[in-house]
Design a protein around this ligand. Structure first.
Ligand SMILES: Nc1ncnc2c1ncn2[C@@H]1O[C@H](COP(=O)(O)OP(=O)(O)OP(=O)(O)O)[C@@H](O)[C@H]1O
Ligand SMILES: [Mg+2]
Length: 307
């Protein structure tokens, strides 16, 4: 049975979607079958993996308001181990359409039963609110991952989120666990970033994940190309940090880390790490090859996609 992780924080712009897309891609690169569920009407995670939602028929909206089975709303992505259950702007109306449903907080949970069997990980990208859509995600999830941006108001609203989690546990989903607090957009040059990390760790201790996601321009550029950062610039700091996060979460969940494989693209576009470095000799990120390699590949010569 796959693990369902909701990525939630009602604060906007903290890195939920960036984390959903790039953590999913990193799991998929390690050949873990992964599904992203985009339950945010903004549909940023859907476009972030290259799916144009404008003319799609089977989306999370149909899943939530009709009897469409979960498997029929799944779409493939460019990565062999990564699928998407896309969002649609119509989802804005779903909260109202579901108002009279008795089981309105359980709709997603009930639809996921079959999908859980097909995937190692299912990541849900939540909207920036604690409304019915986020409630459905938290009711369906095994755990919640909370991105927190390293900025002055980092902890604002976190108390409200923690209250919501304990109410969901009491009323809807007693098994909901906290996967961790993830510090995002960290800038080691800023004293403020370092202070936020210390403060969050002091207050939340073991709940804070070890991996820090640095501010990295490749992470903000990749969505406009409809790609996870691993496909956009495999050697960037953003790729490295999200691979580290995937490794940390797999380790915490007792899942063994496959050695020597990183599957990022269909076979016809096979690249070696050496090729990627040669193609970007001046981008200032080629040093990442040395740091990314020991985690995921046996040697620096390893092929990114061995298939
Ligand atoms: N580590 C990072 N480095 C640089 N830019 C980042 C990073 N993480 C996120 N961003 C950028 O910050 C912005 C907000 O990120 P993102 O969309 O992931 O946040 P969100 O929490 O999903 O927002 P919303 O609440 O609107 O759904 C985006 O432009 C994204 O590209
Ligand atoms: Mg988002």
């Amino acid at each position: 049975m796959g693990k369902v992780i909701a990525i939630a924080n009602q604060k906007g712009g903290v890195g939920k979607t960036t984390t959903a897309v790039n953590l999913s891609a990193s799991f998929a690169a390690m050949e873990q079958r992964t599904l992203i569920i985009d339950i945010d009407p903004q549909a940023n995670a859907s476009s972030g993996v290259g799916v144009d939602v404008k003319n799609l028929e089977n989306t999370i909206y149909e899943l939530m308001v009709t009897d469409l089975p979960g498997v029929d709303a799944v779409h493939a992505t460019e990565m062999p181990f990564l699928d998407l259950l896309p969002s649609h702007i119509n989802l804005v109306g779903a909260e109202i359409e579901l108002v009279h449903e008795d089981n309105r907080s359980y709709v997603l949970r009930n639809k996921l039963e079959e999908l859980r069997r097909k995937y190692a990980f299912i990541l849900i990208d939540c909207p920036p609110s604690l409304g019915l859509l986020t409630l459905n995600a938290l009711t369906a999830a095994d755990s919640i991952l909370v991105p927190v941006q390293c900025e002055y108001y980092a902890l604002e609203g976190l108390g409200q989120l923690l209250n919501t989690i304990s109410r969901v546990k009491q009323l809807l989903n007693p098994n909901l666990a906290v996967e961790g607090i993830l510090l995002t957009m960290f800038d080691s040059r800023l004293r403020l970033s370092n202070q936020v990390v210390q403060e969050v760790k002091r207050l939340l201790g073991n709940n804070v994940l070890e991996t820090l996601i640095a501010r990295n321009v490749r992470l903000s550029e990749a969505p406009s190309h409809g790609k996870p950062v691993l496909l956009y610039d495999a050697l960037s700091l953003g790729s490295k940090h999200y691979m580290e996060l995937a490794t940390e979460i797999m380790r915490r969940n007792g899942i063994s880390i496959p050695q020597g494989v990183v599957s990022v693209a269909p076979p016809e576009t096979t690249q070696t790490i050496d090729t990627v470095v040669a193609e970007h000799p001046h981008n200032g990120t080629h040093h990442a090859a040395k740091t990314i390699a020991p985690i995921h590949t046996a040697t620096e010569q390893s092929v990114i996609n061995p298939q």
